[in-house]
Design a protein around this ligand. Sequence first.
Ligand code: SF4
Length: 364
Amino acid sequence: MDISKSLAEIRSDFHLIMVGSGPYLHEMKVDLNGLPAIFTGFLEGDELAQAYASADIFIFPSTTDTFGNVVLEAQASGLPVIVSDEGGPKENLIPDKTGFIVPAKNPGALSEAVFKLMNNPQRLKKLRFAMIKPFENFNQLIALFSDLRCNRIPGQLVIQLTDRCNAFCPQCGMRVTKKFKRSTLSADNVKRIIDAAAQKGVNVVSFTGGEPFLFLDRLVMFIKYAGEAGIEYIRTGTNGFMFANHHSAHFESRVKKVAETLVSTLLRNFWISIDSAVPSVHEQMQGLPDVIAGIEKALPIFHEQGIYPSANLGINRNVGGDMTKGLRVNAIIEDDDYLGSFYIAFKKAFREFYCLLSNWDLQW
Ligand code: SF4
């Protein structure tokens, strides 16, 4: 909002087009009242493509997104992107070639980047041109997926219930140590989204966070609601925090209660995020001591209830970094060969993941 105000003061041709919805929408509308700002609400399909095509620059200052698919979509539509230096989106562009990375939560830096681009139409043109090549393949991929989807692969809706989390994952902007105003979707909004999805024939819904199991009662309520709305495949996931402290006297009964609660719903599957094939690395990254032993202990309890959790393999950007030095082959230890090191560690990590998880008898 700050950047819109300052840019609107300097440039009469600046227009903010805000696509999407969220808990701050009303506040933003009020704050930007009278300024050149258009709020389109939630868009999809052709309307969304039109919004991308009508814009000159795509600004995505989120500090909490772990991936940022929209940043790829924008570039694939020929839009230069400006993202923050926190979270996953910064890894989805070619810096200074298809977009810019600016310091997080720094409206001054963000407006400066936008201002510079607006003042340099030649540069803007060059950036657009630079994007055509790298994203040609991406567009082909999107076309292929759209093709495959035709009545065969059901569309999946991911509902991020909350950005609250109790884990410490260093790669994630939602980690518990990050200071920002957290939010959780209201029950009314979640139900509205589920109703709309069911009406449109969406058959797969995933509830994510943050950590959705922090709000188990609400999560269960939404799973039941989605089931009653006719959604066939309902999934959710956890970082596994409830499997920590497995030495506690109440561990088994606690896990059994969770399993019984889940089995009473139409939940199809839930995943446990595993961030490394090396248990100590995973535990250190998530800040959940001894949780791997807890997961191993909890699985048979779920199996007894007929629930076979899956593993969400999070081989992430820390592979090849300091925390996974143990995975590096001896020949590649120099930091300046990070990519080579990453590649080899990634392959090794993948193999080790599968070995570790097959031993757990997880569902694939
Ligand atoms: S568990 Fe997931 S949401 Fe929580 S900090 Fe780790 S990656 Fe982020």
